[in-house]
Design a protein around this ligand. Structure first.
Ligand SMILES: Cc1cc2nc3c(=O)[nH]c(=O)nc-3n(C[C@H](O)[C@H](O)[C@H](O)COP(=O)(O)OP(=O)(O)OC[C@H]3O[C@@H](n4cnc5c(N)ncnc54)[C@H](O)[C@@H]3O)c2cc1C
Length: 362
């Protein structure tokens, strides 16, 4: 019987998975090559896939994941400790964009009964000060926002409380594969054994793929965020075409530009920075804000836009939970459930095939 698991990656997905497995009584060791908190960032929206062009399997998956959050907070004993702020407004920035949002509107209203389509005066009343080019929008009252750093901190504490171990500054160099089974991971100077290994390695995931595996086409995506001070905080996050303005718990307002394909260079380019600042078009008053920080991250993204969840055909003892791109926080509890189900051979209540990590070998 499986009793111990090694998790590689202490981002939010790895931590949610580690917490889930430790809660089930497994002996969990999490290793991360970085320092605590490096990846616990972002805007913290627990929200649907708001882009009308998102792939249908992703849209359904993110919806399911979002609806799991309230129960997950209770199960993880976090409901009292993690205040959630509500509301996301997906706005149409052009007639074409409006058509796109209207196309998905029936589905959104079916899956999110509290969502409301707003136009004209109703829109201006719900969120005053929107850019004049904004024609209409869908207000998602059931979408929520959580502080990612606080979430990461709480998950670490909870993992340790449940007997788990966390080793920061510890790079995994390779999987320890013998025959058709993964027995652990190779660290500098030692092999860390595990009844199963979970890869939650974010953008760097292909570095630990099993030897000889045909790689799925993969891109790191660079996200850029500009934090502003001294401006009124909008009541909800405003998501436009590839950019957004969001209130943060710190009292700052964040401008974010959508991910762009990139190599693994760190930092924001001048071009991305300009595009990110342009997000103030969504709520022009924030353009007067004082820039207090510019942050750029690499997000993991298979080029087919779908996350990777599952095992590798012909190799036991391995589960993968990566590639969530801009939805990692929302998808985390669902990915953790999938990993748990895989390790214990429990059926998953939806079709995992589109998300298999070895789909590149088909
Ligand atoms: C600007 C921005 C805004 C976002 N907003 C939202 C949002 O509103 N809602 C939402 O749901 N999601 C959002 N996201 C996405 C979400 O933050 C990410 O999808 C999520 O944090 C990814 O988490 P992860 O655990 O998969 O990967 P990561 O956070 O990248 O963690 C992977 C970890 O693995 C470690 N690692 C990698 N390789 C190794 C190795 N060989 N050995 C040891 N350790 C290793 C790394 O050090 C890293 O800590 C946003 C992201 C960005 C950038």
């Amino acid at each position: 019987m499986l009793t111990d698991v090694v998790i590689v990656g202490g981002g939010l997905v790895g931590l949610m998975t580690a917490e889930r497995l430790a809660r089930e009584g497994l002996d969990v060791t999490l290793v991360d090559r970085g320092e605590p908190g490096a990846g616990w960032s972002g805007i913290g929206l627990v929200a649907p896939a708001l882009d009308g062009a998102a792939a249908p399997p992703l849209v359904d998956l993110v919806d399911d994941a979002m609806h799991r959050w309230p129960d997950w907070l209770v199960d993880a004993d976090l409901a009292d400790q993690l205040p959630l702020a509500a509301g996301v407004l997906a706005v149409a920035e052009s007639p074409f964009h409006r058509q796109e949002l209207e196309r998905v509107r029936p589905r959104v209203e079916r899956r999110h009964p509290t969502a409301e389509w707003l136009a004209g005066g109703h829109l201006a009343e719900a969120v005053p000060g929107l850019g004049r080019h904004i024609e209409a929008g869908m207000l998602h009252r059931d979408a929520q926002r959580v502080d990612p750093h606080r979430l990461g901190t709480l998950l670490c504490a909870s993992l340790v409380r449940r007997g788990g171990r966390v080793r920061w500054g510890t790079p995994a160099l390779a999987l320890d594969v013998r025959g058709d089974r993964v027995h652990g991971v190779r660290l500098p100077g030692e092999i860390l054994p595990g009844g199963a290994v979970v890869l939650a390695t974010g953008a760097q995931a292909p570095g630990l793929w099993p030897e000889g595996a045909a790689p799925l086409a993969w891109a790191a995506q660079r996200w850029t965020t500009v934090l502003l001070d001294g401006v009124p905080v909008p009541p909800v996050a405003i998501v436009g075409r590839g950019r957004l303005v969001a209130p943060l718990d710190s009292g700052h307002v964040a401008l974010v530009s959508a991910a762009e394909g990139s190599d693994y260079r760190a930092g924001a380019s001048a071009a991305t920075l300009r595009r990110t600042l342009d997000a103030a078009d969504l709520l022009p008053a924030v353009a007067d804000g004082r820039v207090v920080a510019v942050e750029a991250w690499l997000g993991p993204a298979p080029v087919d836009g779908l996350p990777l969840m599952g095992g590798w055909a012909g190799l036991s003892g391995l589960a993968v939970a990566v590639g969530a791109d801009g939805h990692g926080l929302t998808l985390g509890p669902l990915m953790a459930d999938v990993v748990y189900a895989l390790l214990f051979d429990i059926a998953v209540p939806f079709n995992l095939a589109p998300f298999r990590p070895d789909r590149g070998e088909a």
